[in-house]
Design a protein around this ligand. Structure first.
Ligand SMILES: Nc1nc2c(ncn2[C@@H]2O[C@H](COP(=O)(O)OP(=O)(O)OP(=O)(O)O)[C@@H](O)[C@H]2O)c(=O)[nH]1
Ligand SMILES: [Mg+2]
Length: 462
């Protein structure tokens, strides 16, 4: 990473779009030499900011490289805060690479991953939490994750953290008063007020910490595993839920050998749906490995869809899944379109005392699929609550660690204050540490290695 690099005197360039075949690609240039490079590279060169200019890119030898549309953004009104040029080139592998090479030979330097966003932070265009939101938005695999990242980019979490930090600073000010006027017995600052302010802050920090589990689910999806005996219709159900033929389906038991994963994008939490090899005793090595994989997934699942096409297969599957340590089960009676199955309702009633059937489904007709998804969502929500639509949430380990640190320091202060264990001036050091932890989160206290952590996973051109 670029620790120690002079932040602003390089003019950086990169292809901002993903490599591969496509209609267009975007080459970005930012830094003090942007206009000079544009004048060398582009004919005619755009001079009016925020106007799309159609022009030809020419190399050092004057030869035309591509026919492009270029837009200049003048400092400080650009993404990075300095002069920035965006060139829409033709897509594919050759045109954008040739335009980037021409920009570099005209004086630009190749950007490092995340360097544009890093510069936006250094120039005060984004704070660190918003910069992380840019990364989250790029990595989003579901609508829910995308919406959460957009909210964070809008500054919701930044405002929440800044507000909490202000409150910690006010507490620190209260203490400073107390330290300055110690002789005033129960002084100008009643001890109860400090207790109250600390307790409120601890509550607010705790609530923010609790959002981490939800946002992990929003980003990664709740793990939902289909399990059951071979041939009961797990892969068919998996395909029906996804609306596409992802897993192979045959009438031969033991068809699925390995776990197959796909994301089902639901409005609340996305589901990481996993089809597994049927659970049974087997001597086939490959199948046994597949079954061991199933067991591993089962122990991590948020919800297991235990499938059976008869009372007996369902009951046996529930026993096997429970033995694998799975927590939340939804029992699914499959193939309910087959007359024999629906006529077997008496048999279902008979086992319902022991293994109640939650949902009857047919992969063939689609019956019960909506009910099944509702049941899954209800189980996930019961365990984790639904993600609040507008509430800011912690989305990275860095954020969680920083808020956790602030909470820890404040708790240490609370204890010392309550027990009168430390002189107020020493106890107040914990409060300062809590404020610093929150400050580092939004970049109010800017440290280079914090920047490195944030931008380590970024792609080039962002
Ligand atoms: N009528 C009917 N047949 C189904 C239904 N679901 C699955 N089948 C049939 O049942 C057989 C087994 O289906 P699969 O989806 O491969 O079953 P599986 O549980 O994944 O089996 P393994 O991968 O071997 O563990 C196939 O012949 C399917 O066509 C259903 O809802 N209705
Ligand atoms: Mg299968």
């Amino acid at each position: 990473m670029s620790a120690g690099l002079p932040p602003d005197d390089r003019t950086i360039a990169a292809i901002a779009t993903a490599r591969g075949r496509g209609a267009l690609a975007l080459v970005r240039i930012a830094g003090p030499a942007t206009r000079t490079i544009a004048a060398t590279l582009l004919h005619p060169s755009p001079t009016v900011p925020r106007h799309a200019t159609r022009c030809v890119v020419r190399g050092a030898d004057g030869e035309a490289i591509d026919d492009v549309v270029a837009t200049l953004y003048a400092a400080p009104h650009s993404f990075t805060g300095d002069d920035l040029l965006e060139i829409s080139t033709h897509g594919g592998l050759v045109a954008p690479t040739a335009v980037l090479a021409a920009a570099i030979s005209a004086g630009a330097q190749e950007a490092m991953p995340g360097e544009f966003t890093r510069r936006a932070v250094l120039n005060g265009r984004l704070d660190l939490l918003q910069a992380e939101a840019v990364g989250d938005l790029i990595d989003a695999r579901s609508g829910a994750a995308q919406r959460a990242a957009l909210r964070q980019l809008d500054g919701g979490l930044s405002r929440r953290v800044a507000d909490l930090r202000q409150r910690v600073l006010r507490l620190e000010a209260l203490l400073a008063y107390d330290i300055d006027f110690p002789e005033e017995d129960d002084g100008p600052v009643p001890r109860a007020r400090v207790h109250e302010a600390t307790a409120e802050l601890l509550g607010a920090l705790g609530a923010l910490l609790a959002t981490r589990a939800q946002s992990t689910l929003v980003h990664e999806g709740a793990l939902v595993v289909l399990a059951g005996a071979p041939n009961v219709g797990k892969s068919s159900l998996f395909n029906a839920l996804l609306g596409e033929a992802r897993a192979i389906v045959t009438e031969v038991p033991g068809t699925t050998r390995d776990a197959i994963e796909a994301v089902l994008d639901l409005p609340g939490y996305p589901l990481r749906l996993v089809d597994t090899a049927g659970l049974r005793e087997t001597t086939d090595l490959v199948e046994r490995l597949g079954i061991e994989t199933s067991a591993r997934y089962l122990s991590h699942a948020a919800v297991v869809l235990v499938c059976g096409d008869s009372a007996a297969t369902l009951a046996a599957a529930v026993t096997a899944v429970r033995a694998a340590g799975a927590a939340e089960l939804v029992t699914v009676r499959t193939k309910c379109d087959i007359a024999a199955n629906s006529n077997a309702s008496r048999e279902i009633v008979a086992i319902s005392n022991e293994v109640p059937v939650d949902v009857h489904v047919s992969a063939q007709t689609g019956a019960g699929l909506r009910t099944l998804l509702d049941a899954v969502e209800a189980r996930v929500a019961r365990a984790h609550g639904m993600p609040a639509a507008d509430a800011p949430a912690l989305t990275s380990a860095r954020q969680h660690a920083a808020v956790g640190m602030a909470h820890h320091e404040l708790r240490a202060f609370e204890q010392a204050w309550r027990d009168d264990a430390l002189p107020p001036s020493i106890a107040a050091i914990h409060v300062r540490a809590a404020a610093d932890a929150l400050g580092a989160l939004i970049g109010a206290v800017q440290v280079d290695d914090v920047l490195d952590v944030v931008f380590a996973s970024f792609c080039v051109g962002k």
